[in-house]
Design a protein around this ligand. Sequence first.
Ligand code: ZN
Ligand code: ZN
Length: 434
Amino acid sequence: MKLPVRDMPVPGESFPGYLLRLAHFNGRFRSGEILKLAGLRDNHSNRQPSLKGLEAVCEKLAPLLLVSKEQLAAHFTEQLSEPWLYDEKRVIRDIQLRQPRVCPECFSESDEPIFKQDWQLLPVTHCSKHNAPLVERCPGCQKPLEWHYSIFEGCKHCGLEWSQLHPRMNQGLPQWQLAYISNLKSPECMKVFLRELATNIVRTARPNDVIHEDISRFPESCRDLQSLISDAFDCGPGDKEYGPKGFVSPRRLKHSDTINYHCGYKEIARVLNIPEGEVAYLASKGLVNIIHETPVLKDTLFDIRSSHQLLENIPKAECPPEGYVNFTPSSTLLDRYATSYGRVLASALDSSVTVYRSCDDLSMVFIEEESLNRTLRTELMKISGGSVTDMEARKILAISRKEMAIMIMNRQILRCSHSIHDLTGDSILEHFKL
Ligand SMILES: [Zn+2]
Ligand SMILES: [Zn+2]
């Protein structure tokens, strides 16, 4: 099998653009048809391969063009080798766009127009030859452009041809694109520049969200990159909300009615000003709302409003009322009772013990002394029938390593039968005194 028309790529031509041109020259509508002829699946990774996937695609495609896979791949290796195209640590990991963008001037001037590789890149919104914005939607009917052979001439939907448009004024390149060009000299500077730009783009696109997640690439459905990037580059307030599809994870899309209030345990901990891990105990008693529950705290979605609601429900007091004591995450009582701040707070609030907060968060509360002691004792009793580690045992009993060794030797406290490291909770409770 070989294609009747076997043009090779032109320097600077993008892979998806070349594939579409090949389809067009051979009387096909879409590039997927060429992939299928080559025995490849019509999917994103074959239409727009990464450097890693390039060889496999070229291996199948090259016989159709009567060239070797090396000859074909050589045209794209350099453009796909830039180390900053993909960055695991960036908010938008892959900066190659999937949607087609064209320069109407470039396309109408040339008899054989090509898609340039840099038109596929996130910071490139303008044609560097004509200093005019690349077009993502048809200027006539506003419909998004598609990878369809008609794009070389104009719009598939309304029939507008690129050659009918008046040439646009030379507008100069925007600041972000100039910054991109100047960073081409240094991959390290480029990485820093792109990381910041990607973070700003995602934040600007979703101005009302509490959290912003990393995404693999810029959403294909978003065709307003130029205005978005312009706001993001100026760090201007995003007044338009984009997405959410493509900008937030699929698991969050399932809860779209509360999407602006989604947050993680870290944001809850920040509002309440308590150690991050303690959020789990408040959640277990329903004191903060979970939107999407998972066994892993870091993947659990919370509702940020519930942390504000919790604070509102706890009265504030300037100083401890009569009979009340200070209680903070660094209270020494926590180790003595084998518990933590969040556990005590959650169980006090859950059992309607009156708790006051001393400030705008929960970094210090006032609890009635007797109720606190009762709650702490209940917490400690949880080790009954169970086991504790050496270190926990020393803290509960407030004894030294040596003192504990003696107690173990005298069989005053007992090792668990199943582990030589743990001690039985009951033998520890027997010796507990404040
Ligand atoms: Zn142009
Ligand atoms: Zn149109």
